[in-house]
Design a protein around this ligand. Sequence first.
Ligand code: FES
Length: 178
Amino acid sequence: MAANILAWLPGAVSHWQEQAGPGVEVLLGQPPAPEAVLPALVGAALAGARLPAAAVPASLGKPGWQHLPDFDTHILVCTGPRCCFRGAGTLAQRLKAQLAAAGLARRCLTTSTGCIYPCNQGPVIALYPQGEWYRVSDEAALVRVVHEAIGRGRRLADLLLEDRPQTRSAPVPERIPT
Ligand code: FES
């Protein structure tokens, strides 16, 4: 997260300065603990933005953010309140660290979500296109999901959440009726 913000913030500050003038002020809400570094990053970006305008082109985006990401597995990480109560507050970070250590980071897109409903079975992560939802209750489970389910394509029956009801069996109409 910090690296993403560092890449984005200087251009964004230049953009805000272009819009509002050089006295732009950046206000932050209370960051959660993992983002406690944010105020220092914003300060550094503001300091950098005092460089000549050409040094930090105004931009709210980066060229690489123009395209859909390339990945094999989309991982949804629930950061809803019940999963966080069960330890999911740092789950996305720990997952990304495990993916990187396993050499799988570039094959996966990790997205933190709000509640995705099977709260009682949390912490929950879901893999797509596999359609597998797992309970990741500790680091050992996380390592297995990364190495076995994502890395080797194995279905981990003992960690899978109970099967979802099949609610999508109706054929999709070729045309939406007018
Ligand atoms: S809070 Fe995670 S599934 Fe509801």
